[in-house]
Design a binder for this molecule. Structure first.
Ligand SMILES: *Cc1c(COP(=O)(O)O)cnc(C)c1O
Length: 357
């Protein structure tokens, strides 16, 4: 008898549920479940990037540290390149930072409901998780409780998501300053900040806060979820430490070329994000008029509790009619998250929701 290999798996990993998703159905009419951009990288930019990619020698590794991409991401962020660590999606940068700061017995401090992958990341790096739940109908951060929990020493690492997935709320610059004053290091995931207000962007206060690390991604606003580019931004020496936890060549040349093209379309991206924010407010008002409880959001999605409170049934009804939203009804507070799509997709969502209700 050989030994059972599963007995050799770390218990923290065994306890995780694999990230699974119901397979997509053929007749999807509106895909509003992953907060992706409803439009692709513009065709001319895509063609140019593919041509540039075709001219590269695939036999060669990418340049170490992806200097071209790093320079372009840094310019876009208004930072010097030494403050930016490119990664294979921002998820890789967050995982790297967690392993650097909280790995092997540290504590990751979260404010749930929040992005479920953070808990998976904590398990991967061997960190414990502590939580200070959001409060109120509008899912506000319990600022004083979070500050108290964050002030427990270097091995307690607060990770905030702002705007928060799935609720859409933001933390203020002043709160981040206060948090940086009490915690060893402060991590903030800003995957959705392109859809928020200018004052919600924390990059401008990075120079004054040596222990702040910000994560950004091209997966949402920049329409590049399929090619996997994100980054961490931090003080140069902190950025270097985070970079040590990312393997060389993690951003491949295809992702690099498409990312460079997407970044060049920044003005168009900004205009589209503003349009999505306007649509978000329109959809929120329409959901409210239908009797749903909607959390105020600064992201490209809305967190809502449908009237009647049977989120799982509403999810299934929408899905059966080809409208995909995210079912978050299994965990409290038990609600749905819908991404903001094109005006047509949003109308289809609202009309289908009425039908289901
Ligand atoms: C979508 C998302 C990201 C982006 O992840 P990538 O790895 O960059 O695609 C990061 N954080 C949150 C909370 C997200 O919802």
């Amino acid at each position: 008898m050989t030994r059972d290999p599963l007995a050799a798996v770390r218990p923290e990993i065994r306890a995780l549920r694999a990230y699974r998703f119901e397979p997509g159905q053929a007749d999807v009419r509106a895909k509003l479940d992953f907060n992706e951009s409803p439009v692709d990288v513009p065709a001319p930019a895509k063609a140019a990037a593919l041509a540039a990619l075709g001219a590269r020698r695939f036999a060669l590794y990418p340049e170490v540290g992806a200097p071209r991409l790093r320079a372009a991401l840094a310019a876009n962020a208004g930072l010097p390149p030494e403050q930016v660590v490119p990664s294979n999606g921002s998820g890789e940068a967050i995982l790297a930072a967690l392993s650097v700061f909280a790995g092997c017995g540290g504590t990751l401090l979260l404010a749930p409901p929040v992005f479920s992958l953070y808990v998976q990341m904590a398990a991967i790096v061997g960190a414990k998780v502590a939580t200070v739940p959001l409060v109120g109908d509008d899912f506000r951060l319990d600022e004083e409780a979070f500050l108290a929990a964050a002030a427990k020493g270097e091995r307690t690492v607060p990770l905030l998501c702002s705007p928060n997935n799935p609720t859409g709320g933001v933390v203020s610059r002043d709160f981040v300053r206060r948090l940086c004053a009490v915690a060893g290091v402060v991590l903030v995931d800003q995957a959705y900040v392109d859809f928020a207000d200018e004052a919600d962007d924390l990059l401008p206060i990075l120079p004054e806060l040596p222990n702040l690390v910000i994560f950004r991604t091209l997966s949402k606003a920049y329409s590049v979820a399929g090619l996997r580019v994100g980054y961490a931004a931090a003080r140069p020496d902190v950025a270097e430490e985070i970079g040590k936890a990312i393997l060389p060549f993690s951003v491949d040349v295809g992702a690099e070329e498409i990312a460079l093209a997407a970044l060049a379309g920044r003005e168009e991206v900004r205009a589209r994000c503003r349009a999505i924010a306007v649509e978000r407010e329109r959809v929120a008002a329409a959901l409210g008029a239908l009797g749903a409880k909607v959390a105020p959001s600064r992201a490209n999605f809305l967190f809502f509790d449908p009237p009647g409170g049977d989120a799982a049934r509403v999810y299934a009804g929408l899905r059966a009619r080809g409208v995909l939203v995210r079912d978050l009804s299994a965990a409290p507070p038990g609600a749905l998250r819908v991404s903001i799509g094109t005006p047509e997709e949003n109308d289809l969502f609202l009309a289908t929701l009425k039908e289901v209700l």
